[in-house]
Each structure stands twice: as C-alpha cells, then as structure tokens.
Design a protein. Structure first.
Length: 554
C-alpha cells in the first residue's frame, strides 16, 4: 500500500481552506462594494436635486420650457444619471429622457425610489418669491434615476483588482506553506523514518535514534519517547527470556504432574465404577422399599378413612343413646297414663254392668280420662318431636344431598338432639348475628360442624366448669358465609394451636378422646363446603373458631 504524505495532506487541506475563505471574503466584499457604490450614487443624485431645485422651480414657475429642457438634458448627460423625469404640480410630465416612457413616479412618496432595474430619488420642487411672509409654492417634482449597470461598471475595476490580488496571494501562500512544510515537517519525518527502519531488534540497547532537529519540538520529543520505548522493550525482552525459561521448567513439571494425575484418575475411575455398581444395587432396593411404602400409605389412608367413618358412627351412636334416653321419659309417662286409663275404664265398665254407676262416678271418670289424654298428648308430641329431630339429623349425617338449610333453625334442632349432654351442667348456648340465613348446601355437613364444635367444648373446654358459655355468630356478604364459634373454656397453648387440626391430636389421650374431631371438622369445611377454618386461642381465654365458605350456587 502506497504511503500518503502527511505534509501533502496538510498542505492540501490548508490551501483548500484558504481558497474557500478567500472566495467567501470576495463574495462578501462584492456585495458590500455594490451597496456602497449604490449608496454613493444615490447621495450624489439627492445632492444634485438640491442643487438644481431653485433654478428648475423658477423655470417651471415662469413656464420657461427651454430652460427646463436644458436643465433636464444637462442632468441626463451626467455619467451616473440614466433617466430624468420632471412633473408639474398636477403630476403631468414636463420633461423625460429620450427613449424612456413615463414610469408613473409622480404618484410615489418623496425620497429614495426603486423601479425595476432603476434606483434614485424623487424630490418636490418649491418656488419662493423672496417674501418671507409668503410660503413657497409647490410647482412640481423631479425624479433622477440611475441604473444597476452603472453600479456594475463602477465595481468592475475594483473586482478585477481584488480577484488578481487574491489569486496572487493564494500562489504566494501556497509556495510559502509548501516550503515551510517541506523544511520543518517532511524532511525531519523522512529522516526519522529512515532511522527507525535501520533499528536492529536483536541489539536494542544500541539502537537509539538521533533527533532530526535540534529544536525542542514535537519531532524532538517523539525521538526521545521512541528511545525510551526502546529501553523499555529491552527490559521487557530480558523479562520475557526469563519468563520463557520459567515456562519451560513449568511445562516439565506439568508433564510430570499429568502423568501422576493419569494414574490417580485410573484409580479413582475404578473406585467410581465400584461405587456406581453399589448405587445401582441400592437404587433397586429403594425402588422395592418405595413400592412397599406406597402400599403401606394406601393402607394407612384406608385405615384413616375407616377411623373417620367410625368416629362419625360413634358420634351418631352417642346421639342414638341420648335420644333413646330422652324418648323413654315421655313414652314411660304415656304407658303409665294408658294403664291408669285402662283401670278407670274397667272400673266404669264394672259399675255399668252392676248398675251401680252414679253421676259422681261418671264425673270423676271424665276428669281422669281428660287428664290421661292430655298427659298422653303432651308426652307423645314431645316424643314425636325428639324422633323427628333425630331422624332428620341422622339422615343428614349419612347423606350428601343438598337442600335449603336455615342455619339458626337447624342449630336449634341439633341442640334438641344434644340436650342429654347438657342435663348435668348449666352450660348455655348463645346465638347472635343474622338469624334468617338460609343456605343451599349439605345439611349433614352443617350438622357435623355444629355437633363437633359443641361436643369438643363439652369434652375439652370445661373440665372443671358447669356454667360455660358457647356463642354462635352468623354473618354474610355478597359472596361468603361466615360462622364464628367461641367458648370461654381453658383455651390452648400456642404449640397445641399449631397442630389443632392434625389427625389423632387430642388433649384427652386415654380419657376417651380419639383426636379426630377437629380433623373431621377441617375436612368437612374444606371439602364439603369448599371453605376454610381457622382457630385463635390463649391459655385461660377460651377458643375461637372462624369458618368461612362461599355462598353456594343452586
């Protein structure tokens, strides 16, 4: 690739910039010269108008057409005047230069005027009689015009002189700059390049350059910097040779280490293969154990489900036992009343047969019969109500059918079935909130929730208390039903609260508690009602359950 001279590029750049700058200056100078020449001609025209104003005004006032024409021709013959128009006070032309038509200048404003390629001045002609008390009379106007061609002719000599001066300056500057570049830059750079080309890389310590100039300029500093670089290269070369020797020694040690590592890798590979075989055997064993664990887990889930069902049936059995005891009382009273009534009927029949019946006997019989039938009706109604409540609740607990459930009314029916549990105590059930809340859902799920909450409090919350308070609160919004239940029993610790809903957790282990009550409660809320249940408690502060489930859709 051919070398490109820096000095030539700099010279070309400088000269191009100088020529462009000269052209711009000449253009500016031309416009300024044109403006100045035009301004000078306009001033001369205005001065000329002021000079001839008196004589021309008098000639027009005296209607001396010959003198007016003479003044007009005299003005036209002047070198810078191209056209002259003289008008009377009515704007009618009195004199105009030959070869020109009236340009209608009389209608223009007095002062400087320009018309197409012409420029000049329009002045008013006023005649004064010499009497200071009489104002001058307007006798007409005069327009003296010049032409742009006259301006260009006046500029021509100046432009030629400026152009020749600029051209001569470019030539002289070019030779001067070329000489200076060649002397101060090109020759020293060539000498420096030749010296650098003769450097011996194998003997850098003796390859220092001699500066091409004696001046402390950039080339001198470049030579010094290059000599400093050569010194550093010599030092780097020594370090490189030393590092190369160390690298050869390190490669030798690396080869020895590689051989040792190959032996170690072979040994480790053998051990690894043996380990892999052992792992494969252990994997097979784990797979067998996993199958057995899955089988055991299935059995455990089945056993858990059976325990849950057993707990439900045990709860239902307890309900049956309580209801049976409650039904025995009204039924026993009914049997006694029927037996007594049978004796009264037999006594009445005997007196009728023996014809010894009196009105007193009949009155007593009717009174006894009314008492017996009233007693029978009351106790049979009570027994019927107990049986109906038990039937409805037992059917609901063994069925998954959905129906409309009055939450507060259904709670009262559950309380009737659980009444035997309250006979030995003075516990109270309180109901607050919305008491007209009807929900389409599984009635058995609601029954199980009520039963488990109440029985859980009776068994665990009041071990030494006979006047416990249990409160149900019902509320709802557009999308959710919320049931809160709270007792004022012994409460739970923080650790017990964390595992409250886990299966088989109970505080009555060995005292009849199965540990499935709250777990069943959790499953019913989360699965049957698609809701969630949470608990809050502190020791001695009772237990609060919050049950929330979405409002079911029909």
């Amino acid at each position: 690739m051919a070398a490109v001279s820096i000095s030539r590029r700099l010279l070309r750049t400088v000269l191009t910039s100088y020529v462009l700058l000269t052209i711009v200056i000449m253009i500016i100078h031309s416009f300024s010269t044109q403006f100045m020449v035009k301004s000078e001609i306009t001033e001369e025209i205005q001065q000329l108008e002021r000079t001839i104003n008196v004589s021309l005004s008098q000639a027009i006032w005296e209607i001396n057409d010959e003198q007016t024409d003479a003044i007009g021709r005299g003005l036209t013959e002047m070198s810078f005047v191209q056209a002259v128009f003289i008008y009377d006070e009515n704007g009618q032309i009195i004199y105009q230069s030959e070869g020109l038509e009236d340009m209608g200048l009389a209608s223009m404003e007095v002062g400087q005027i320009e018309y197409e390629n012409y420029f000049g001045s329009l002045a008013t002609l006023n005649f004064s009689s010499g009497n200071a008390s009489i104002s001058p009379n307007n006798v007409g106007s005069i327009a003296i015009l010049s032409n742009n061609s006259i301006v260009y002719s006046a500029m021509e000599v100046q432009l030629w002189f400026s152009t020749l001066s600029a051209l001569l300056g470019v030539i002289l500057i070019s030779y001067l700059i070329k000489y200076l570049f060649h002397t101060l830059l090109t020759t020293p750079l060539e000498d420096l390049s030749h010296n650098i080309a003769r450097i011996d890389l194998d003997n850098l310590t003796e390859a220092n350059l001699t500066p091409p100039t004696s001046h402390n300029d950039e080339l001198f500093m470049l030579a010094r910097a290059f000599n400093s670089m050569l010194s550093k290269l010599a030092e780097y070369k020594q370090h490189l040779e030393s590092a190369q020797g160390q690298l050869i020694e390190a490669n030798t040690q690396l080869d020895e280490q590689n051989a040792y590592l190959e032996v170690q890798v072979s040994n480790k590979t053998a051990i690894l293969s043996e380990t892999v075989d052992k792992l494969a055997t252990q994997k097979q064993t784990l797979e067998l154990n996993e199958k057995e664990l899955i089988k055991s887990l299935d059995q455990l889930k089945k056993a858990q489900n059976q325990l849950v069902e057993s707990e439900k049936m045990a709860s239902l059995g307890g309900l049956v036992a309580g209801i049976s005891h409650e039904i025995n009382t009204p039924v026993g009273i009914g049997v006694t009343a029927v037996s007594y009534l049978r004796e009264c009927v037999q006594s009445l029949q005997h007196k009728i047969d023996s014809k010894s019946l009196t009105q007193t006997d009949m009155t007593k019989f009717l009174a006894d019969a009314n008492n017996c039938t009233s007693l029978l009706s009351t106790n049979l109604d009570k027994a019927s109500q107990l049986i109906q409540s038990f039937k409805e609740i037992s059917v609901d607990q063994t069925s998954e059918a959905q129906r409309d459930v009055d939450l507060v009314g259904y709670l009262n029916e559950v309380l009737v079935s659980l009444q035997p549990k309250f006979k030995r105590h003075n516990h109270q059930i309180n109901i607050t909130g919305d008491e007209k809340l009807i929900v389409f859902c599984q009635a058995g799920a609601i029954s199980q929730i009520y039963t488990n909450l109440i029985l859980n409090s009776l068994i665990h919350a009041f071990p030494d208390k006979d006047d416990g308070q249990m409160t149900f609160n019902f509320s709802h919004d557009n999308d959710n039903i919320t049931i809160t239940y709270q007792d004022d029993g012994v409460g739970l610790s923080e650790d017990s609260l964390e595992i409250l809903f886990e299966p088989f957790y109970t505080t009555k282990r060995g005292q009849g508690g199965s540990g499935l009550g709250t777990h069943i409660l959790y499953n019913i809320v989360s699965q049957a009602l698609n809701g969630k249940i949470s608990a809050q408690s502190e020791l001695g502060q009772g237990l609060l359950y919050t049950i929330e489930f979405p409002l079911p859709k029909r």
